[in-house]
Design a protein around this ligand. Structure first.
Ligand SMILES: Cc1cc2nc3c(=O)[nH]c(=O)nc-3n(C[C@H](O)[C@H](O)[C@H](O)COP(=O)(O)OP(=O)(O)OC[C@H]3O[C@@H](n4cnc5c(N)ncnc54)[C@H](O)[C@@H]3O)c2cc1C
Length: 461
């Protein structure tokens, strides 16, 4: 493969890992980022301060040799701590396997690590404060506004890759090119999100168990909390905009905010002393799914990460999927393709079916997390799946495990198998065909049989 000059727009999580990997493969890389260097200037408040990193993301980071360095930034979370409204909290492990966990990691911390690694590479140049305005798709050239020099700057490469996130300017240039026949769908969720912070205790201690991802499911809205290395937790409130009386559009005055938390999440009033202040100051963000195709244009331009497939955050997979893009792109580059157009096509063919699957799964999980985690059948299903994974670890993996812990199984396969298993277990539980007295292996056989029937009948999309 010839070593080309690659221009990447966006030095977020995907663009930075991509630049590092392409640099390691010997390409000359220019990385252009709209914001200032986040190592010198802190990230905007309220922009998902921490994220759940799991097997797919870790595999891609390990490809770039960062496995150990990233582990040092991680706080393992072994399951969900469900805080019910009217009864006791309970812990639900993510898997019956003792070594499985997802990891809470700081977004700026991880991004800074990637940028530090990039700084060590002589063949990668990073330029901050350059905001892409438009792209000439057929010649790998982009026009940027330089926030420092306050002037327009033009950069070009042999190819250009847009990793500029959900609001991608590179994608917008594709959309504005009729000859591309570019398909685009953006689906906003009724709910938005707001981040709050539970501070560390007086001795820097955690005020909640740091081994878990905490969830307060309340049907119409929910809170989640992930631990940070400094003893604090980042809390995210997911709530409808329009719902009366509790929606972001209506919950503005101090008395209403206090009443809302008092009714729905009274623990928060104790855990966050300046709750109302944080609520009023921190921004509210929208949540949406973006699907588009094709991801490449002429033989020069490609989009990747959220720019190509932004998803709602309820499976904790957006960053993981974006990192997995880099892994798959790396695999495509190792194959025997004739030039960039063939590589771009091969990448999209391998990837789109899987990013569509995780987009659907993330929407399913939105409903599961805010409603079903407190549902008795859902809890019975989880208990049974944990028992299967504990006692029969070679034979069973739940849908969540397939998606989160099995980086070798593509999202689409995980979705089909996982949905069939869910349907099988829930129907058998409702028919009372999995009584507790029945031997676990026998219950497992029944679930397998029903799962295979469902898959054979093509009942799963
Ligand atoms: C509330 C919330 C919680 C989330 N939690 C998780 C989670 O737990 N686990 C998980 O895996 N994922 C999670 N995600 C998803 C994750 O944040 C994204 O999937 C991930 O950040 C995508 O990376 P990216 O590099 O493609 O895009 P981004 O991270 O958005 O990076 C894009 C970069 O491009 C830059 N840029 C934008 N426009 C321009 C321009 N015009 N010119 C130059 N540069 C530009 C931006 O400044 C940014 O640095 C969450 C998302 C949200 C909103």
């Amino acid at each position: 493969m010839t070593k080309d000059h690659i221009l990447i727009v966006g030095a977020g999580l995907c663009g930075s890992l991509l630049a590092l990997r392409l640099g390691q493969l010997g390409h000359k890389v220019t990385l252009a980022e709209k914001r200032p260097d986040l190592r010198l200037q802190p990230l905007d408040a309220g922009r998902s301060i921490n994220l759940a990193l799991s097997a797919r993301g870790l595999k891609a980071l390990s490809l770039a040799g960062l496995g150990k360095k990233v582990q040092a930034l991680c706080i393992p979370m072994r399951g969900r701590m469900i805080h019910q409204q009217h009864s006791k909290s309970f812990f639900s492990p993510y898997s019956g396997r003792p070594d499985t966990a997802i990891n809470s990691i700081s977004r700026p911390g991880l991004n800074a690590l990637l940028l530090d690694e990039i700084d060590k590479m002589a063949n990668i140049t990073v330029q901050f404060n350059l905001s892409c305005q438009s792209v000439a798709l057929n010649d790998g050239t982009a026009v940027f506004y330089d926030h420092h020099g306050q002037e327009q700057v033009q950069l070009s490469g042999d190819i250009l890759i847009g990793a500029d996130g959900a609001g991608s300017k590179v994608r917008q240039s594709m959309f504005a090119t009729p000859t591309m026949r570019f398909s685009f769908a953006q689906e906003w969720l009724s709910h938005g999100y707001k981040e709050l912070e539970i501070p560390a205790g007086p001795k820097g201690d955690y005020l909640l168990d740091p081994d878990a991802l905490h969830i307060w499911p309340r049907g119409k809205d929910m809170l989640i909390a992930l631990p940070n290395l400094n003893g604090s937790f980042t809390v995210t409130l997911f709530m409808s905009y329009a719902e009366q009386p509790y929606g972001f559009d209506h919950l503005i005055q101090e008395a209403d905010i206090t009443e809302f938390f008092n009714t729905q999440y009274p623990d928060m009033l104790k855990l966050i002393p300046d709750l109302v202040d944080q609520y009023q100051k921190n921004p509210t963000g929208g949540l949406g799914t973006i699907r588009c195709s094709p991801w490449h244009c002429f033989d020069k331009t490609l989009i990747m990460g959220d720019a190509a497939h932004a998803i709602v955050p309820f499976y904790g997979q957006g960053m993981n999927a974006s990192f997995e893009d880099v892994l798959v792109f790396d695999q495509v580059l190792a194959q025997n393709h004739n030039g960039w157009p063939e590589r771009f096509t091969a990448f999209e063919n391998l990837r789109k079916i899987n990013t569509d699957a995780i987009a659907d799964l993330a929407l399913d999980n939105f409903h599961e997390m805010k409603e079903h985690t407190a549902d008795p059948y859902f809890q019975q299903k989880r208990q049974l799946e944990v028992a299967f994974e504990t006692e029969l670890p070679e034979l069973y993996a739940s849908k969540y495990s397939l998606v989160t812990f099995h980086a070798d199984i593509p999202y689409h396969t995980a979705m089909q198998r996982g949905r069939a298993q869910d349907k099988a277990i829930l129907s058998l539980l409702r028919e009372d065909k999995l009584p507790k007295e029945m031997a676990l292996k026998e219950r497992f056989n029944k679930v397998q049989e029903r799962t295979n029937e469902i898959l054979d009948q093509g009942l799963i999309k």
